[in-house]
Design a protein around this ligand. Structure first.
Ligand SMILES: Nc1ncnc2c1ncn2[C@@H]1O[C@H](COP(=O)(O)OP(=O)(O)OP(=O)(O)O)[C@@H](O)[C@H]1O
Length: 322
């Protein structure tokens, strides 16, 4: 495929993006290709550079180095024109708290210079799609977290964006709202909208078509969730034992063990995949495990995170119920 036709299939094509704030490199040499119609996730802990990356891609921040093409436009040079074709949902939801739900939408419609007819029909449709009919005359400042989130998404969709940037859209809402929100994202993706979403949650990342695991400004790994799990270079064992804390401490001294983390009454152990039969190897290496129950388990994204960053996820980076 020629590079021209390939680039026209990409919603985002960024190369070598770096952003420095004084001595701090918030983002370092980020390369990102997001195909049109995909939901792409940035997964990483607080401060790893997710929002800074989004702000560069939307043209709000000028990169220190690197080049950006978004929807075929050169950013930040063509940022003004890009704004009409994207939606951006910021972490703090950016609503006008003293305006009602409907007034918030009407105000954004005016910014996009929609005609009164167009504005009226789009707002009615969005209020219904995002289940805000009962709250349409309520001040945005009095809405619940989930209602604010739905209104923010509705606002971001008013101009029928080809590409949506969503910065931690689910951090303030409960599991049911998170689940419903992801259903809405899949509906948008189905109609061809490309989506870049940042998240702290492993299980949300697992729903993306593609994702990048970020740490300290770097992409440590990227690909589809399945590919990342298949290629992580470790096999996963779950071990049941009476003294898991002691076992964990002993196991992590072996170079073949990439990590050991307690999960209730089991220990989840990542063994370098150069070890051909990890369960037998473990029994032979640790005689106390001779009789223990050891089973091979399928990998998950948390395991990928551990193997690429060498760290257990922090409490802000968890598998929450979606
Ligand atoms: N305008 C700025 N001036 C100085 N430092 C900044 C600025 N914006 C971001 N940073 C720093 O850059 C780093 C990356 O911040 P960023 O907001 O991109 O992280 P993040 O991954 O989005 O974090 P969070 O999940 O907490 O939102 C942080 O150390 C932050 O303090």
């Amino acid at each position: 495929m020629s590079s021209l036709s390939r680039s026209s299939e990409l919603a985002i094509d960024a190369k070598g993006l770096t952003k420095k704030f004084g001595q701090l490199a918030a983002v370092s040499d980020l390369n990102l290709q997001v195909p049109k119609g995909h939901i792409y996730g940035f997964l990483g802990p607080n401060g790893c550079g997710k929002s800074t990356s989004i702000r560069m891609l939307t043209g709000l921040l000028t990169p220190t180095e690197g080049s950006i093409q978004v929807l075929g436009m050169s950013i930040p040079k063509q940022a003004e024109a890009l704004r009409l074709r994207i939606g951006y949902m910021t972490q703090k939801f950016s609503l006008y708290e003293d305006l009602t739900v409907k007034e918030n939408l009407e105000f954004i419609a005016q910014i996009y210079c929609l005609s009164p007819n167009d504005s009226h029909s789009k707002i009615s449709k969005l209020i219904s799609t995002y289940n805000l009919l009962k709250q349409q005359h309520q001040f945005a400042g009095t809405l619940s977290g989930g209602q604010k989130q739905r209104l923010s998404l509705a606002c971001a969709c008013l101009n029928d964006p080809e590409l949506l940037f969503l910065d931690e859209p689910t951090s303030a809402v409960d599991p049911q709202n998170r689940r419903d929100f992801w259903e809405q994202l899949f509906d948008l993706s189905e109609t061809g909208t490309s989506i870049l979403v940042t998240t702290h949650y492993m299980d949300e990342a697992e729903r993306c078509h593609g994702l990048a695991i970020m740490e300290q400004g770097f992409i440590r790994a990227d690909g589809s969730p399945n590919d990342l799990m298949q290629q992580m270079g470790a096999n996963v064992l779950e071990v049941s034992h009476s003294n898991l804390r002691e076992l964990k401490n002993s196991l992590t001294t072996f170079k073949e063990i990439k990590s050991a983390a307690q999960l209730g009454s089991r220990l989840r152990v990542l063994v370098d995949n150069r070890v051909t039969d990890p369960a037998t190897w473990l029994r032979q290496t640790m005689p106390t495990l001779h009789q223990a129950e050891i089973r091979l388990a399928p990998p998950n994204l948390e395991d990928v995170f551990v193997t690429v960053t060498g760290q257990q996820p922090s409490s802000s980076l968890t598998s929450a119920e979606v």
